[in-house]
Design a protein around this ligand. Structure first.
Ligand code: ZN
Length: 226
């Protein structure tokens, strides 16, 4: 294992485990609802089981999947006020999933869009290892999360997104992780992303930090997930 993609949706991509193994890229496959969670459970990647804020489903079903399958994390979970104003329902769902992760001692992989402040406020009530995935909140919120010891996973889009590059500047390398969010957020606009982009993310982070970060980033992922 040389690289870790801490957040990808591999059930949306063709099978590529062998190719990734040959390149030393380990992947955490993230489910978003009972159906995709099952696809993650059936896959040969590391598993994270979650419930995306706007996905349908029943908590009891998701809970059972998490309890029975010992995933490396609970996620993708979070809040998304960009697509919907179903705020109350989302908050209830998010809190249930955070409670479950805390009960089982699992780290969480958190999505937040137009809801960064609410997410950070809610997380304060829990004792959890937290990964903020593709975070784009204000600098002050980033600072708050860094103080609390949260990790930030940086997607392939960092190659071309100033917002993402800013997060790399603000967060100490000890709290950075790499992700692809495949098939989304890739280095090339409009092109399907895959975990094969992770070495590019490591290279960009190293360039911004002015040091060779590959070993540190791998160590960070190991310390939280494996
Ligand atoms: Zn995702």
């Amino acid at each position: 294992m040389k690289f870790v993609d801490v957040h990808a949706h591999m059930y949306l991509l063709p099978e590529m485990k062998k190719e990734l193994d040959a390149k030393g890229i380990a992947v955490i496959n993230c489910g978003t609802n009972p159906v995709t969670n099952q696809e993650v459970i059936d896959s040969s990647y590391f598993k994270s089981l979650g419930w995306w804020p706007l996905e349908k489903g029943f908590f009891d079903v998701v809970r059972k999947q998490v309890v029975e399958n010992n995933p490396v994390a609970v996620g993708e979970i979070g809040l998304d006020f960009y697509w919907s104003e179903t705020k109350k329902k989302q908050v209830v769902q998010f809190k249930k999933m955070l409670g479950l992760a805390q009960e089982l001692g699992k780290p969480v992989i958190v999505h937040s869009r137009r809801a960064e402040k609410d997410v950070v406020e809610i997380l304060e009530g829990y004792d959890l290892r937290v990964v903020m995935h593709a975070f784009t909140g204000k600098n002050s919120l980033v600072g708050e999360c860094v103080e609390r010891g949260y990790f930030f996973s940086i997607p392939g889009i960092v190659v071309r997104s100033e917002q993402s590059q800013k997060i790399v500047e603000l967060v100490p390398v000890e709290q950075l992780l790499t992700e692809s969010d495949s098939p989304y957020l890739g280095p090339v606009k409009g092109e399907r992303n895959s975990p094969l982009s992770i070495p590019q993310v490591v290279e960009k982070i190293s360039k911004i930090k002015g040091e060779f970060c590959e070993k540190k980033l791998l160590g960070n992922a190991k310390s939280i997930f494996f």
